[in-house]
Design a protein around this ligand. Structure first.
Ligand code: ADP
Length: 454
């Protein structure tokens, strides 16, 4: 038992002793008990009152009541809790200051909004990039300050950590990459980064590739024409003819690379558009393409088994769809041995997305290369690809076509066993028979052979 309790018990013992003594001396036991205990209870009440007043006035350490026994112990506990509380408050306010200093120093514009989209916190970079003023705009709705629909879609989207690129609301020469994440209770953290320089370099690179390809095309066509003319000459020595044939072969390879590069830059320029395209009868397009392959590139070498759903059509751009299917099918022919079987499918995947699949049992691709297949000029075996007329741009074109339509390419492959390339289109692009009947005119693939794009 500590000292405070000993004092308290001593007090009680003294009160009881006085009561007994007084009772024995006077014989008035009732009075003998009542008086000392009333004094004790009165004293207790006074202590409680003093304590209550002290707490009410802020429980300041300097004004702590001067007491002993249990009352002193209580005062000590309160003072201790008070000190702990003050220390915690100081720590919290230091943390808050440090957090604010970090946010202020961030080079990225940082804005916190609440469930009503009102600005709760912002930093200096938000002023430079978004024009949001810390003093003026706190409590304002962010919708009034950034009006770009892409930004509104970003903050409404349930997806986390998605990004959009928008023009700065205060400087139309700046492009900002905006990011939005949920945090706390219904709050959102919005960040914006200036990506103008990257966009400018990208534009420059795209323009250079497009211009260079365009400029090279005409002289190359002339060279190819002359080479063809020379090849048809009858009285040239055989060793020179071989060289001309080789040069002519290289010229057509260069033409194909330029065509692919031009197509890629057009696709990049076009970008994603949810509403692009018309209803295309994909089943007929695939049938026509397969018939073409059976007569030409796969003739006598590969068996193509086709399975297409005629009731499934897709809203897309016909020439792009053709290029996509043709690239995947020609790769299957190029990279699988003679005598092998290729499966071509056009169907609705279980989750409702239209999907075009080409499966081969050819050489397959090692897992470490799969993620790189759609990079420009990436080839697993460069020499081999060159020999068989590859440009290394086919899958890059396929990826861009699908991205522009909102779809994606899925590749599954096993080295030595074969590959499966699946082009997934978004569900909203699927058009079934009933819609076609009451809707738009279906674009049939042209009757005569398709133009080869890649
Ligand atoms: P390429 O013109 O070289 O075929 P692509 O972009 O179409 O260029 O393909 C890139 C690389 O991916 C190819 O060089 C090849 O190594 C690999 N590839 C593509 N399709 C297949 C396939 N069906 N089987 C095995 N490898 C493939």
């Amino acid at each position: 038992m500590n000292n405070a309790w000993t004092i308290e018990f001593t007090r009680i013992v003294v009160v009881v002793a006085i009561a007994i003594l007084f009772g024995l001396v006077s014989g008035y036991w009732m009075l003998a008990i009542l008086v000392p205990f009333s004094v004790y209870v009165g004293w207790m009440l006074t202590q409680i009152r003093v304590l209550e007043r002290w707490i009410r006035l802020g429980a300041k350490n300097s004004l702590a009541p001067d007491s002993n026994g249990i009352w002193q112990l209580i005062v000590q506990h309160i003072v201790h809790a008070q000190r702990k509380n003050t220390e915690r408050k100081v720590r919290l306010s230091q943390m808050a200051n440090r957090f604010e200093a970090i946010i202020a120093a961030l080079p990225e514009a940082t804005v916190v909004i609440n469930a009503n989209r009102e600005i709760e916190l912002t930093n200096q970079a938000s002023f430079t990039l978004l024009g949001i003023d810390k003093q003026r705009d706190l409590g304002q709705k962010i919708d009034n300050l950034i009006r770009d629909p892409a930004f509104h879609a970003l903050i409404e989207s349930p997806e986390q950590n998605t990004q959009v690129e928008i023009e700065s609301p205060i400087d139309n020469l700046k492009t900002l990459s905006m990011n939005c994440v949920d945090f706390g209770s219904d709050q959102k953290l919005i960040t914006a980064r200036d990506v103008s320089q990257r966009i400018a370099v990208q534009k420059l690179r795209k323009a250079f590739i497009a211009n260079a390809s365009h400029e090279l095309r005409t002289p190359l066509t002339v060279i190819a024409g002359y080479l063809e003319l020379l090849e048809s000459e009858v009285d040239i020595p055989e060793h020179i003819r071989r060289q001309i044939t080789n040069a002519s072969h290289q010229a057509s390879r260069m033409q194909k690379i330029l065509d692919d590069l031009l197509m890629l830059s057009k696709l990049e320029e076009k970008g994603y558009n949810k509403r692009s395209g018309v209803v295309v009868d994909m089943a007929s397009l695939v049938e026509k393409l397969v018939a073409d392959f059976r007569k030409t590139r796969a003739k006598g070498t590969h068996e193509i088994i086709m399975n297409v759903d005629h009731s499934l059509q897709v809203k897309a751009v016909e020439s792009e769809l053709y290029s996509l299917c043709q690239n995947l099918l020609s790769n299957a022919v190029k990279y699988s041995p003679k005598g092998s079987v290729i499966h071509v499918k056009w169907e609705k995947a279980p989750e409702g997305s239209p999907v075009f699949t080409v499966t081969d049992n050819g050489e397959g691709i090692a897992p470490e290369y799969i993620s790189r297949l759609t990079e420009r000029f990436f080839r697993v075996n460069v020499n081999r690809s060159r020999q068989i007329g590859g440009t290394g741009l086919g899958l890059s074109i396929v990826k861009h076509i699908l991205e522009n339509l909102g779809g994606y390419l899925n590749v599954e492959s096993e080295l030595g066993r074969g590959s499966e390339f699946s082009a997934y289109f978004p569900r909203y692009r699927a058009i079934d028979e009933s819609q076609v009947a009451q809707n738009v005119q279906v674009l049939k693939p042209q009757e005569e052979g398709f133009r080869e794009i890649s």
